[in-house]
Design a protein around this ligand. Structure first.
Ligand SMILES: Cc1cc2nc3c(=O)[nH]c(=O)nc-3n(C[C@H](O)[C@H](O)[C@H](O)COP(=O)(O)O)c2cc1C
Length: 193
């Protein structure tokens, strides 16, 4: 059986100290028959789409140069079957690094196109999103990070199955973060199934 192409987007700013990364690594170890490409977002030198870069992008698209280095992240993203994201819960969503990544890969003509009715059609292989997060408090109704990423993945990239794995209340005095993180593994099977 061919291996599943997994793209792991690591938006864990605290590096090895990150509990989100620890949870994600434990999840990744459970995926059978996987070819995992790890992208530490902090090390990619991602830039925002400012006026000059937007102009450059439009020019490359107009020339049909969708394999230009400018689109390297979009093209890697296009080939992945499962997208696994590890992002701590920051300011009710996620670190801006992850938004920068999406700004770099959401590109009409490379990762999706518009049909005649103006609806996005995926040009990616993505089947599944697994979004892994940890929070100091409780996320409750304020799940803006996952909700946003899920909408992008489903509406632009045609993802059919989205799963959230979260460990919450880690910074609340009196809670036992180690026990909460260990218990979060009970969510792995739903994401793998
Ligand atoms: C910049 C920043 C913003 C945060 N914002 C929130 C927040 O809005 N709500 C919350 O419950 N915890 C918040 N936290 C706490 C983190 O969600 C929590 O410590 C999380 O487990 C950090 O993940 P990590 O260990 O992977 O870095 C924030 C932490 C930082 C550093």
């Amino acid at each position: 059986m061919p291996k599943k192409d997994i793209l792991f987007l690591n938006a864990c700013v605290r590096g090895e100290a990150s509990r989100t990364l620890d949870l994600a690594n434990r999840f990744l170890a459970q995926i059978p028959n996987a070819e995992i490409t790890c992208l530490p977002l902090e090390k990619l030198g991602l830039l925002p789409l400012d006026r000059a870069r937007l102009h450059e992008r439009d020019h490359l698209l107009h020339e049909g140069k969708t394999d230009a280095p400018f689109f390297v992240h979009a093209n890697t993203f296009r080939r992945a079957q499962w997208i696994v994201i590890a992002a701590p819960y920051w300011d009710l969503s996620f670190p801006s690094l992850l938004k920068l990544y999406f700004e770099n890969v959401c590109c009409s003509g490379v990762t999706f196109a518009y049909d005649e009715a103006g609806c996005p059609v995926s040009l990616c292989r993505a089947e599944r999103l697994i979004y892994i997060t940890t929070a100091g408090g409780y996320i409750g109704e304020n799940n803006y990070g996952y909700t946003y990423v899920r909408a992008v993945m489903e509406q632009f990239f045609g993802v059919k199955k989205s799963c959230l794995i979260s460990a919450e209340g880690l910074d609340i005095v009196g809670n036992d973060p180690k026990a909460i993180l260990a218990a979060a593994a009970s969510q792995f099977s739903a994401a793998l199934g």
